[in-house]
Every structure is written in C-alpha cells, then in structure tokens.
Write a protein that binds this ligand. Structure first.
Ligand SMILES: Cc1ncc(COP(=O)(O)O)c(C=O)c1O
Length: 377
C-alpha cells in the first residue's frame, strides 16, 4: 500500500503518468482479486466496505428491478444489519416487501424454506455464507439452486464477508448473482470492500458523480486500500486450508476445556458447520458487557454479539432467531487468526473459566466442582 500513499498518489482518473500508475494499480488489484474468486475482473466493483457492498446489492437490485419484476425480497433472519437494516429501510419507505426466513436452534437456514418463500414478484434473495455472530455456515449453493427453480428471474445475493480466507469463496460455484466482501476481515485495510456482480446483472448505482467503477460506484477510488485488499486476499487464500486445520483444532481445544471446566456455558451453533476460526459461547443469566470487560481487563479481547458503532452490546437478533433469550443469555464471540498461538488459547481458557464462574456465581449459580489436579488446564 505504501507506494500509493507516498509516491504514486495520483488520481486514477487523471490522464498523466502519476494518474495512470494509480489506474494500473487498481486494474492489477481487480485482476488479482478476480483470480482469487474465480471470476472476471469486470464483475468486481470496489466499495468502501462490506456494508456498502451489501447496500449496493440490495438497494441496487430493488431499485433497478423492483418496478419490473416486483418489490418482494427474501432475507434470512441471521443476516448482518447491513442487509437486514437495508431491507427494513426499503420496506419502511414502501420500496420493498420483506419476508424473513428463520433458522433452526443451530443457526442454520433451510434452503428449502428460502426457496418456498420465493414468489413471482421476488426480485432478490439474500442469504449470508457464514454468520458473524455464531459462525454458522449456510448452504448457499443449494439455496441458489432451489431459488432459480422457484423463480429464474430472482437474483441471489450472499454476504460472504466472514468467509474469505476461511471457506472457499467462489461465486460461480455458489451459483449466486451478487456477493459482498470486506477487506478488513482478511487482514486488509479497513474502509474497503468489493461487490461481485455476475456479468449482465444490472443494478442501480447508489452513488452518483464521476461514474467510476463502470458507472456503478462514483467517487475517486481508494487506491492504496484496493491494492492492499488484493494482496491480503491472495495471502489469506494461500494459507486458508492450513489455517483452517490449525485454528479449527485450537477452537475445538478451547471449547472442550471451557465446557469441562466452567458451568452454565454452552457452545452456540455447535450442530452446524461452522467457521473454523470462531467460537461463540452462550452463558445463561450473565451480562455480556460485564464478561467482555472482565476479560478485557485480563488481556483477552472478545466481543459480545456483533460489534456496533457504540461498542455496546445490543440484544442479538441472531440469538433470538435461534430461539435463545438474548436478554438473559450472554453471547461471547471469540475469534482467532494468523497471530493466535496455542499458548494464547491456554491463557484465554483460564481467564474465560474464571470470568464465567464469577459472572454466574453473582447470579447465584455454583461453579463446577473441579479436580485438584490441573487436568484439562
Ligand atoms: C457478515 C458481515 N457483513 C457485513 C459486514 C460489514 O462490513 P464492513 O465493516 O466492511 O462495512 C460485516 C462486518 O462485521 C460482517 O461481519
């Protein structure tokens, strides 16, 4: 990224040499990202992040096709707010009619239920590839196939923001028309994302102006971030299989130890296929905010539910959809990555057990009786 912040900081729309170098950097990044995703470079539109990519997919599809094909949208109940909130905002303005398809207790959305919700006037179905709060992976390929059978004109979007570097992300194999990604979920810079739109999928641009990104997203491109995103995606894809094995083993070890040593704790979405790098722990009658603060004090950085702008934990709509009581049950989201070592996990286990025991003891629940040996430590 540094050359595009220091020497080659020209505007990619400028015709002079510095501008052309910046343009070449974007072209190169688009080619590299397309190679990672197995798509054509012209199918990628750079955005300011996953939120904007989701907005462009949902609003862009509805505004372009709503009048012709219908205003009905199908979303799953476990979508990120960038999809759910956008659909709700369109519905509030009378621009969409939204059907929300629920999930089972493990956070899985049934592709058959998604397809059954599709009508003649359904313009868009949006179903995420992997959930950001509990890590449940959805069978998007099957849903896309069934949706096409139900209505061949319906566009299928998937928010794959959590999946890059953890699962194979191949829009053609998934059979989707639209797919959103965010750079900062794969060690790239914040404030950069991309929307894949299958060639021939027309959308209404959400930003008017200079007509950059093939008229799809006006505004001078964030050249350094785009260059960084492409390299980050290549690197994370290159190490994906090894890292999935390594982190999956650490995740299993963490969950086994916490379940053995702490009482009143469960693992969310355990019966589902899950992201290998993430564990979501459910603690009944405890406050996620208090647990997050206690763990932070011990140097263990975890999240309660999804991170929102205020930093405060909101009752999780994902837990509610799974049939939990988000007002009563705390969700602790533990994510691991490239820098996570086995010793970090051992350390986290000790602090987690202590924090969970303290939180549940204050609710009048006894901790688990522990053996005097360090077994399981
Ligand atoms: C599943 C999912 N979608 C969308 C987003 C939003 O992406 P961004 O932060 O790049 O706007 C996130 C971010 O956490 C996410 O987890």
């Amino acid at each position: 990224m540094l050359p595009f912040l220091r020497e080659h900081w020209g505007n990619p729309s400028s015709a002079h040499d510095r501008g052309r170098r910046a343009r070449a950097a974007i072209d190169d990044a688009r080619d590299r990202l397309a190679a990672v995703l197995g798509c054509a470079p012209r199918e990628l539109t750079f955005t300011s992040g996953g939120t904007e990519a989701d907005n462009l997919a949902v609003r862009g599809a509805l505004q372009r096709w709503g009048g012709e094909r219908g205003r009905h949208v199908v979303v799953s109940a476990v979508e990120h707010e960038a999809v759910l909130g956008t659909a709700a905002a369109l519905a509030a303005r009378g621009e969409a009619e939204v059907t929300v398809v629920g999930c089972d207790a493990a956070g899985r959305v049934d592709p058959e239920r998604v397809a059954a919700a599709v009508r003649d006037d359904t313009t868009l179905v949006s179903m995420m590839l992997a959930n950001n709060e509990v890590g449940a992976v959805q069978d998007v390929a099957d849903a896309a196939r069934l949706v096409r059978l139900a209505n061949p004109r319906t566009l299928v979007h998937t928010d794959a923001v959590q999946a890059l570097g953890r699962l194979a992300v191949d829009p053609r194999a998934l059979g989707v028309d639209l797919l959103s990604l965010s750079a900062h979920k794969c060690y790239g810079p914040k404030g950069c994302g991309v929307l894949y739109a299958r060639w021939g999928t027309h959308l209404t641009a959400q930003m008017d102006g200079g007509g950059q990104e093939r008229e799809r997203r006006s505004g001078t491109e964030n050249v350094a971030a785009i260059a960084g995103f492409a390299v980050a995606a290549e690197l994370v894809e290159g190490e994906r299989e090894d890292e999935a094995t390594r982190l999956g083993a650490l995740r299993d070890c963490l969950e086994a130890a916490v379940l053995e040593r702490a009482a009143h704790v469960r693992v969310a979405a355990r019966a589902a296929q899950r992201l290998p790098n993430m564990s979501a722990l459910l603690v009944d009658d405890a406050s996620a905010e208090a647990l997050v603060a206690a763990l932070d004090g011990a140097g263990v950085e975890v999240s309660g539910g999804s991170a929102c702008a205020s930093g405060a934990a909101r009752p999780s709509h994902v837990l509610a959809a799974m049939g939990e009581d988000p007002g009563r049950t705390a969700l602790l989201r533990l994510s691991m990555g490239r820098g996570t070592l086995a010793t970090d996990v051992d350390d986290a286990i000790d602090h987690l057990v202590e924090a969970i025991d303290t939180a549940t003891a204050s609710a009048g629940k006894p901790p688990k009786r522990r053996a005097l040996t360090a077994a399981g430590g």
